[in-house]
Design a protein around this ligand. Sequence first.
Ligand SMILES: *Cc1c(COP(=O)(O)O)cnc(C)c1O
Length: 450
Amino acid sequence: MKNKNFGRRDFIRTTGLAAAGAMLGPGTLRAGVRSQLPAVLGGTPVRTKEWPAWPIWNRETDEPLVVDDLRSGIWSRASLVTRFEKEWGDFVGTKRCLSVVNGTNALITSLLQLGIGGGDEVIVPPYTFIATVAAVLATGAMPVFVDTDPATWQIDANKIEAKITSKTRAIVPVHILGLPADMVKIMAIAKKHGLVVIEDACQAHGAEIGGRKVGSFGDAGCFSFQNSKNLAIGEGGAITSNDDAFMDKCYSYHNYGNPYGSVVGQVNAGTLIAGNKLRLTEYQAAIGIGQLKRLGAETELRNANAAYLRERIGKIPGVTPYTFSPGVTKAAFHLFPFRYDAKGFKGLPRAAFLKALNAEGIPCSEGYAPLNKMPYLQNAFQSKNYKKMYTAAELDINAFNKRNNCPLNDKLCNEEAVWFYQSMLLGTRADMDDIVDAIQKIHDNADKIK
Ligand SMILES: *Cc1c(COP(=O)(O)O)cnc(C)c1O
């Protein structure tokens, strides 16, 4: 290979695929990329091509059901919502499914109908979207944070038992980034201590442990269909469960507390439970039915591209890919994470790395900030309700911070985490190679960028 500008595709064309595979192999850069000037310093980006768009909308297959519904004027909850719930419950593998307005309210509804409220402690991870903890606070319960396992990015199941007290009522494991939490261990702990488990599967549509879908392990599974999620409706959510009595209560609650199923009173008894109004619309369900047809194939593609990308970037010093929790047979990859170690990049800080990577045409982000240390907690503790439900000592924010210290999560958030987005994993192998090339280019030019 004397010609430095000899591109990989030209090379393949000249020598044939088999030879290219044998000679280039995984982990080999396209010739020339390594030595080029980084884009952040004014050089040519590795990539200028667009990434796959999200959400996906197919006029031919997705529009008829939506348009028919719009023209029918049946927009409030009716047969399409029921059909979507049946299809989503079948997909997750639970007996029951209830759709609601969003994932946040799926969590709030589940917590309330499992009896969680003021004075209760609920175990949560600090590495999640704000909605997980906001839902706990909405019920009046006290969030208790358990540190993250930086290898899996999930709640560290081995650290849960140390946080259980006489007030602990529930665990809310989050399958964050679409990688499953260690549900086998978590369910065993819950059983031992008599706790309920509400899975926050809002990023984990179709992820599996031992061939079984997440959202079917706990007392309840909660999903989001917000626009960015792997099944996108714009807004929307769902609760999945095998518990009929619980699901009847959830249904009643989402419909003002009116009678439903086993939630029955005397004739003319009227509204039975203190409810809310959280119903999905027919046209939202129609969009969801269309999207669900593609979800299986999209999940397979994300998994295949993620496995390839993981293998290749894992060879670059300073890059540590994720590890799956025990028994994981499929992930959902709402995000693709790796841990960045500046030491492997000649001390280049993560922020400078992200800026350089974005400049190469690779969208990326540092991800979440630590959720156990944000001002919303103090705000909740100063509320009228919290002051009536808890002692001043329980609401002391400094004491709370000490109890809820999560040093490994701090490091993950503040120094290490790098994310790619799920829609990038819907690209081609060549798209994945662009990501590898860009990281390797920054790695090799870290001195100059610094
Ligand atoms: C998106 C999300 C939610 C909330 O879902 P919404 O539909 O946006 O209300 C909850 N938990 C996690 C982990 C999420 O990613």
